[in-house]
Design a protein around this ligand. Sequence first.
Ligand code: NAD
Length: 254
Amino acid sequence: MLGKIIEETARFIWEKRPWLVLTGAGVSTESGIPDFRSPGSGLWENYDPMEILSTRILWHKPQIFYQVGFPILMGFKNAQPNPAHQVLALWEQKGIVKAVVTQNIDSLHFKAGSRRVLEIHGHLRTGHCQSCRQTYPIEVIEEKVKQKDIPPHCSCGGIIRPDVVLFGDMLPPSFTEAEKLSHQFPLLVVGSSLQVSPANFLPAHAPFLVIVNLSSTPFDARADYLIRGKAGEVLTRINEIIEKLSLKDPNGDG
Ligand code: NAD
């Protein structure tokens, strides 16, 4: 049964290309990074990420942010892309994917080779001074935290923070671009519970919608195709079928 849906979904993705892709924490669980909502995913069981990773804690209780939340995030630094990231990067090269909009901060789409990635929740590569705006590599922030400079200070005396979007922050300008693209291109959602706003506004605009996710989302009933499965396995199987379709029909017009 799943084989038939995967086959139909592959045809649909090939015919309606190019796609905008929206990824969430579920695309990176096969790289060893736990998501927030899957039961028993460990790291976050003792803490509420919406509390620890918030501007309220960053500003008012920086010791908690830098000693609890920040080390968990930095623990993901050595993770490597999995087949889901790799298939999406390949599809960009082949013109099947227009851009990837990701809620993830783990840089794994870039590591896999995707070029047009809109990181709507920021990333962990750099930080900046909130007073003079100077940019710092994340390793400098890590070192300052290790030296107990909490919150970390800039040479101007201002406070440096990582370039991740925390609960309570405004979204970066890349979200406006993502929203624009979501009106123009069909949307493939991979590994997102679609419970976090405003990323979950995007599926409402999309002319066509495909969802690949392990658990249910509020948009399942709206999806043209819905596959409950692991991102890496499902995208690999879809890609195998697309490879055959592209050989038979390189322009997709017959
Ligand atoms: P989420 O935790 O709310 O949902 C993840 C979804 O992925 C769940 O519905 C789960 O069933 C599904 N899933 C888990 N493993 C999967 C797999 N192998 N294949 C397919 N589906 C799988 O995540 P979200 O919707 O991205 O939103 C939570 C917030 O957490 C986001 O704002 C994001 O910034 C942040 N976050 C990021 C990372 C990261 O950078 N890797 C990790 C954890 C959380």
